[in-house]
Design a protein around this ligand. Sequence first.
Ligand code: FMN
Length: 313
Amino acid sequence: MDRRTFVKGIVSGGVIMAVPGLTGCAGRGSKVPRIANTNPSRALVAWYSQTGHTARIGRVIADAWRKAGLVVDARDYRDIQPSAVTGYDLIAVGTPVFYMNVPDNLRDWLAALPPLDGVAAASFVTFGGHGDGQEYTCARLLSLLADKGAAPVGSGMSGNMSTFAPTWSSGNSARTLKYRHLPDQDTFRLAAGFADRMLAAVRRGETVNPSGLFGFQAIGAALPQVALTKLAMSDHHIDLKTCIRCELCVEKCPTDSIALGAGTVDGRTCLACFGCVNNCPTGAMRMRFAGHDVWGFSELLKRNDIKIQEPTV
Ligand SMILES: Cc1cc2nc3c(=O)[nH]c(=O)nc-3n(C[C@H](O)[C@H](O)[C@H](O)COP(=O)(O)O)c2cc1C
């Protein structure tokens, strides 16, 4: 597979997004594991998704592989015991770009997986707005899978409205709303095409090498961005008077940092993912960021009468 073919990942807003730093390395002498089964029949699509963007792409990939005749399990990684990830010929793992990188909680899950010796693996990433660190995150995720012994076949990415709540909470809604039309059906069609290409690569026995990925984006990813963000966060708690005990915040929190009964959030373990604020249906999850009250993604959609498109492909 040459690089031009490979970089045709998932497309954002009609622009093909390249994943620089990844090189094709089919055949003998590859530094990455070889694909154990080039006639895959069982696949897993696992994703981390806080507000649904990555989940939608994951479902499209799963559907495309089902249409191609594979038996596919597809769900949020939080519903998958790492030890149960066995017996698959093909795996795709997806993540949102958080702080220009693969979020720590997903890394922990990947590290706990059993060896993936020769299982063909693809990564997919969703990012916000014009994007920041998305190529690095694609490649890093693929490289984490290769670290477990998987055979990397490629990576794709897709842009949509950013879910970084401090942006609109501090008065810059326009920056986020500029991308209110995404994802659209083109995004989903391209995601299905990406799935088809990944499957075709597996059948041809073609791998890529994610090791050459560490460009300038790696510098941004290496900064302590979560810790710096947490310095600007304060007063993170639940207003028990308006909380309806739906438990969405608890379900979304990747580090079990929320004590619903007490209305408290453990700031030591919080990863500043904003999943709690973004999903709270009543605005009961409170937080301040650099002096501004933070309000969530569900509220942003409501206030601007936006309904995110679901895939029909
Ligand atoms: C805490 C946080 C950090 C983010 N950091 C980045 C980033 O560094 N680069 C970027 O392009 N998008 C960033 N985003 C935007 C998300 O990657 C994007 O909205 C993604 O599609 C959300 O996926 P989900 O709905 O599956 O959770 C960030 C969003 C959040 C909430």
